[in-house]
Design a protein around this ligand. Structure first.
Ligand code: ADP
Ligand code: TPW
Ligand code: MG
Length: 577
């Protein structure tokens, strides 16, 4: 498609039979089906963005690279193709780097492409414009990092980046493109030949039959089995096979945050509302695309109870096995292949997991659901989290195709617990690091990649990390409804500084009106003080598809320090001693 693209600035007029770095990069992306770029323009990539747009690539221009990076990372999770983030050198690159590290940590495929300064000057440290040895800095924070110095290597460079991002355990890849590369000219025919279409970028990894047999033997021996589904299982897009396996097994399943909806949270086998019971009382635990990291208390300690446990783990990354506790049945392979092999191995006569155990889990779950129900129906003014979430929960139930983006502390933990998800990959959140700031980037990518409406439930602090992107949402007119749970601060809005006149570190301006930020850019802003008002405003936004921000006033005293993870504060450990 080099012919269709704009000519590089300064390219000679007669260059019909010539191509250049700009066009080769665009052609290489398109050849590999990478047709969306999230980024921020500037030297040396301004023209690249323009030319990519002219060549039919969707270029989404953000207000800060970190948000573009979070968009690219979640695009990777949603599509199984590397999300592309494009930035300028040094400061732009560094702004994008947090998101690249986040993608790697969460096993999302992403490629951060940054322009860089003159190699010779950078290497001699002579002080170039935005000078920085970006490749060296990126390396420890991503899965792989490459630099392309010659136009003829653009094709192979991008091919390497794509493979590194999506094969095996997915992750972030850095691709360094020095300014000079874009203007390099070469013969168009030779350029075309130099491009590489990556074939089978994430090859199936078939598990060994002996590993499948071992895993099924352990599962069969269980009295109180449990399946834990993680976001790797959601990523794998093996939804039907996973559902069939879980149902055939008759084993209760616990979805990790971003695996909610892989099977509906209302499924009779879902143990989401009986989490502490199943962790404590289970005797065999099968992990599918979930790591035994801090989010699962490393597979040991109080949360897991005293009874001995056997772990089965299904994961594409062999080194994940035994990372925290002994894995008695490791199953290494891609989840699609592994779950298909497990199903196959179960044959026609598999006896479902013990019914008394499933029954005990169900009654615990019903008990917990019943306990929560009245709290979700309150119409208090000022609202508390439960009153507000009660109405949002119904809205998601009525609109199961909508994508839910969620960040904050109390806002995160309570939303995760209260709002049932019904379909795979509909819940996007802070991920493995619990990072604040993913919100608006995820909203934008979710709307762009899926075409579905997006509902974001944001703590007021969390929202502030990426809030300026409401302009981006308005500019591209995306169907995004943001609800800011405004409790005047981080965790609570009630802290007082007793030592002076400065406000306490965790509180914000009281009674802020985040809705007016959306109005500033032509979107709809609503101030909601009751669950009824909130419900009306969200339904209107979801019906109209207009960019909307609802400032939901939450009682500043309603939240608790750090939400559900207050125990991780060093202070709380001191107090216990
Ligand atoms: P959660 O936070 O939901 O518990 P994690 O991010 O900790 O999930 O774990 C996801 C796991 O899934 C990682 O160990 C990763 O290697 C694995 N994974 C990702 N994609 C696949 C896949 N296609 N097949 C198998 N395992 C995968
Ligand atoms: C990049 C630390 C965890 S949660 C949070 C912060 C600052 C905000 C909580 O307040 P919010 O929610 O959003 O108003 P609520 O309902 O409890 O009041 N910097 C980064 N990531 C993290 N996790 C932090 C700081 C943090
Ligand atoms: Mg708050």
């Amino acid at each position: 498609m080099a012919e269709a693209a704009l000519k590089a600035p300064g390219a000679p007029e007669e260059a019909q039979d010539q191509t250049d770095g700009f066009n080769l990069m665009i052609d290489a992306l398109k050849l590999n089906g990478l047709t969306t770029i999230y980024g921020v323009p500037g030297i040396p990539i301004t023209d690249f963005g323009r030319m990519a747009q002219a060549a039919g690539i969707r270029v989404l221009s953000f207000r800060h690279e970190q948000n573009a990076g979070y968009a690219a990372a979640i695009a990777g999770f949603l599509t199984k193709k590397p999300g592309i983030c494009l930035t300028v050198s040094a400061p732009g690159f560094l702004n994008g780097l947090t998101a690249l590290a986040h993608a790697t940590t969460n096993c999302f495929p992403m490629i951060l492409i940054s322009g860089s300064s003159e190699r010779e000057i950078v290497d001699l440290q002579q002080g170039d414009y935005e000078e920085m040895d970006q490749l060296a800095i990126a390396k420890p924070l991503c899965k792989a990092a490459f630099r392309v110095l010659h136009a003829v290597d653009i094709g192979i460079g991008l091919a390497r980046a794509i493979r590194a991002a999506v094969s095996g355990r997915p992750g972030g890849v850095y691709l360094d493109l020095p300014a000079k590369l874009f203007g390099q000219v070469m013969d168009a025919e030779a350029g075309k030949k130099s491009l590489v279409k990556v074939i089978d970028a994430a090859p199936a990894q078939i598990p060994a039959p002996s590993a499948i047999k071992r895993a099924l033997d352990v599962l069969k021996s269980a009295k109180r089995p449990l399946i834990i589904l993680g976001k790797g299982a959601a990523y794998a897009q093996a939804d039907e096979a996973i559902k069939a396996f879980v149902e055939k097994s008759g084993v209760p399943f616990l979805p990790m945050s971003m695996a909610k909806g892989l099977l509906p949270d209302t499924h009779p086998q879902c143990a989401g509302a009986a989490r502490s019971t199943v962790l404590k009382d289970s005797d065999v635990v099968m992990l599918i695309g979930a790591r035994l990291n801090w989010l699962l208390s490393h597979g040991k300690g109080k949360a897991w109870g005293d009874a001995p446990k056997k772990f089965i783990q299904v994961d594409i990354e062999p080194k994940e096995m035994d990372s925290n506790v002994e894995i008695v049945a490791p199953v290494v392979g891609d989840i699609g292949s592994c779950v298909a092999a497990l199903l196959d191995g179960m044959g026609g006569s598999w006896t479902k997991g013990p019914a008394d155990w499933m029954g005990a889990v169900s009654s615990k779950r019903e008990e917990n659901v019943a306990k929560m129900a009245p709290r979700l129906m309150n119409n208090n003014n000022p609202m508390d989290y439960h009153g507000a979430l009660g109405v949002l929960r119904t809205i998601i139930k009525e609109r199961p195709d909508a994508i839910l983006v969620n960040e904050g502390a109390n806002t995160l933990d309570l939303t995760r617990g209260v709002i049932d998800m019904y379909k795979p990959r509909k819940r996007l959140d802070v991920g493995t690091w619990g990072v604040m700031g993913i919100g608006m980037g995820q909203c934008i990518a979710a709307a762009v990649e899926t075409g579905k409406p997006v509902l974001a439930i944001e703590g007021d602090s969390a929202f502030g990390f990426s809030g300026m992107e409401v302009e981006t949402i308005c500019r591209y007119n995306l169907p995004v409804c943001i609800v800011v749970f405004n409790n005047d601060g981080i965790y609570r809005g009630t802290d007082v500084n007793k030592a002076g006149s400065d406000p306490a570190p965790t509180v914000f301006v009281k009674g802020s009106r985040y809705d007016r930020m959306m109005e500033a850019f032509g979107g709809v802003g609503v101030h909601a003080t009751t669950p009824d008002e909130l419900k009306r405003a969200v339904n209107a936004a979801m019906d109209s598809g207009k960019p909307t921000l609802i400032n939901a006033a939450i009682d500043p005293a309603a939240g608790s320090e750090s939400g559900r993870i207050g125990n991780l504060n060093p202070q709380s450990k001191l107090k216990k001693k």
